[in-house]
Structure formats: C-alpha cells, structure tokens
Design a protein around this ligand. Sequence first.
Ligand SMILES: Cc1cc2nc3c(=O)[nH]c(=O)nc-3n(C[C@H](O)[C@H](O)[C@H](O)COP(=O)(O)O)c2cc1C
Length: 440
Amino acid sequence: MVTIDYRRPDAQLHLNGFFPFGPNYVWDDMDRPEAYYEFDGFVRLAQAAERGLFTAIFLGDSQRLREHLGKITDTAVTGRPDQLVLFAHLAAVTERIGFVATLNTTYSDPVDLARRIATVEALSRGRVGWNVVTTDNAWTGENFRRGAYLDHSQRYRHALEHLRIAQRLWEQETVDAHGEFYDVRARPSVGRSAQGQPVLFQAGESGEGRDFAARHAEAIFSRYLDFDAALAFADDIADRVEAAGRPRDDIRIIPAARITLGDTAAEAEERAAWFGRRVWTPRRVLAVLESVWGCDLSAYDVDGPLPDLDPVDPEQTKTHGVVNSRDQPLRTAAAWRTLSAERGFTIRQLVAHLNRGIEFVGTPASVADELAHYVRAGAIDGLNLVPNSVPTGFDEVVDRLVPALQERGVYPDEYPGATLRQNLGLRPPVAYRTDRAVPA
Ligand SMILES: Cc1cc2nc3c(=O)[nH]c(=O)nc-3n(C[C@H](O)[C@H](O)[C@H](O)COP(=O)(O)O)c2cc1C
C-alpha cells in the first residue's frame, strides 16, 4: 500500500446541508410544488443535518425566478424564499447547527442588511454565516430601483465598502461613512453577536473575487471537486491568504457535492443512475446545451451528437439565475465538442459527464476513505451536500456515512462548540485581529 504524506493528517471534514431550490434533486412530493414553502420539510432537513452534526445549512440565492430563452424556466420548480426569515425560524427548532445565507452586496443596503443579519445572529445565539456575493448579472439588477447599476470592475470595491459598514455596526460602532458608494450615518441597533461577528463566506471566481475572499472571508463556496483542481484551487487561495498577511490555513474551502451510497459499489452506481435519470430528463439535458448555444435545440436528439451550429451569441448566455462557468459560449461549445469527439459522447452522455464532477458514489467505507483523502491532502475542508431527494435526502449520509467518517477520525463525535465560528474551528473574526482592524 502506498503511504501518503498528508499535509493535514488531523484535519476534519465539515458537512453543510445545501438546499439548492432548483430542479436537480428528487422532491419526494413532486406533484406539490407548494411543498417547497412548507416549514415541515425544512425542519425535517435541518433536524436530520443536526443529528448528523452538520456544521451548517447553506443556501444559495437568486432574486428573480430563473429564466431560459426569454421565459421563466420550465425546468425549475419554484423561486426561493427569503433566507434570513427562513433561518430565523429554523434557529428556533435547532440548537447547534449554523445557518449560512447567500446575500449579495450589489442589490442590498449595508445598514439594513447588517441589522437583519444581526437579528438572526441574536436569535440563534451566534450561528450565522454570510456568503458575500456580488451577483454579477444585469438581469438581476432589473429587479431593483437602481437597475443593473454596477459594472463588474466596481463590484468588489463596492462589496468592500458595504461589508465594512456592516462590520462596524456589528462591532457596535457608530458609522459615519462617506465613501465612493455610500454616504451613511448609522448606529448599531442590535447588540454584539455571541460569536464576535457572523462568519464570512465568499463565492466568486475572478481574481478579484479570490483576493476579496483571501482578505476578508473565512470560508469559500468553491466550484472545484475534481481532486487535482480542488488542490490547485486550495493552493492558489492559500498563497493569496498568506499575501494578505494571514496564516495559510485561515480559510475553509467548501465545494458542493452530491453523495450516493450503496451496500456495494454496483448498488451505489445503480442508485446514482436512477437519481440521474429522474433528474436529468431530456428537456433538462437540452436546457444545459441551450444555456450555452442560446437558442432552442428541442429538435435535437439527446442520444445523438452535439449540434454542429455555433452558439448564437458569443458574449452572453440566455439562461439566467443559475451560476455557471459558461459565460464564453463559443469557447465552451468548442471545448464540449472536443471532449465529446474524444470520448464519443452523445449529448446526454456529455451532460452526465459534466455533472459527474459533483458526485461521490460508493459504499459508506469507500466514500469515507475518499473524503478523508481529500481533507487530509488539503484539497477541501468540507462539502455543501446537495441531497438526492428532499426532504429525506440527508438521512443516508447521516446514518451511514457519518459513522464511517467518525471511525476514520475525520469527523467530530459531537459539536465542538456552540457557535458557527467555533464549529468551523475558526479564529476570531478577521476584521477584529489587531493587524486587520476594521478601518475607520
Ligand atoms: C460556487 C459559486 C456559487 C455561487 N452562488 C451564488 C448564489 O447563490 N447567488 C448569487 O447571487 N451568486 C452566486 N455566485 C456568484 C457570485 O455572485 C459572484 O459574485 C459572481 O460570480 C461575480 O464574481 P466573480 O466575477 O468573482 O465570479 C456564486 C459563485 C460561485 C463560484
């Protein structure tokens, strides 16, 4: 057996329950989309996650219904409720699990948002995280009074000004800020948080986004799960974190993943394929292609080859509301054609292959081994776990994978602390530390 010299032999895996609000899992009560807003389902998920000592429930956000080719997308089920309201409710029926809300800086006001976050912090006694995103699309901006008012080049400068105002309020300072984007006088209206400040997450891929995370965030929602790509990302972030004057291990890296288990490898594969067929209908498979090609491809057979026409718009996709890396349609189409030619993929096989990037499939023992390897090698610190089904989807991981992870010493036997910050093993807030005090 090969002995691997792990960078972090004692590292622990964090599991967050991720509820994506999209069509990419099996809803146990598919015929009743209104079930999405029924509190019982969320309680079921949150309590299962807490039973499994998950670090947090993590929600992504979009502030408009998804659109595809000019219409509300027929492959999504519904929109998303307000995360802080939902979390305030879930805090009342849980004790230890954290709540990470994705809230954008571009379309919110810092004083208002800081107060709402501080309120849930108080109600949950320090269990809140804020995933700071800038939501880089003009389409979302149409929802708001100011419209799509920020160019990409300004987004992170604006995000920083926004964040600093919020942090100073959390620090119980009176704010009198006159910057590039804000002219604000405000006093804190909710007391200090039990964990100092909410834990800051970040999700955004540009160099600026990564630097923003390296300077200000304590965890990153990343897109890299393939082992080599995840390790390269972790190294890049650690370099940036160090350059920002922080210890290299000051930040947790957490991509999304789906986990499907079975008693044998073959059974796990079979179950993953079953969920895959339920979720990846021909219509959804084509929608993935259409999000790049920007036109109706319904005439194409998903079991045939990729279209030989080029995407209609080289600049922008016509699918809105999903986070993707396909903002360069010509390049993406060319890469997908090359991949399909090399591997002999049909459209359906290509989409299945692209989606495989976010899955672990196997027995509890084999998946636990794989995850222990990822964490000890320093490729990831945790997973935002996408359930295969809702609202029962965390149960198999809680009942079967968690004990296997515990046996391997890579998962806690009880919650390490009472706040999200303690449970993520984080130091005091970045902005508090003497070398990085919140600037006046
Ligand atoms: C893995 C990942 C998840 C994201 N999730 C969301 C989300 O749920 N809601 C949102 O508005 N933006 C989300 N974003 C995008 C951010 O809004 C980000 O600010 C945007 O991509 C622009 O920044 P960038 O150019 O640095 O990528 C996500 C980005 C990544 C990489």
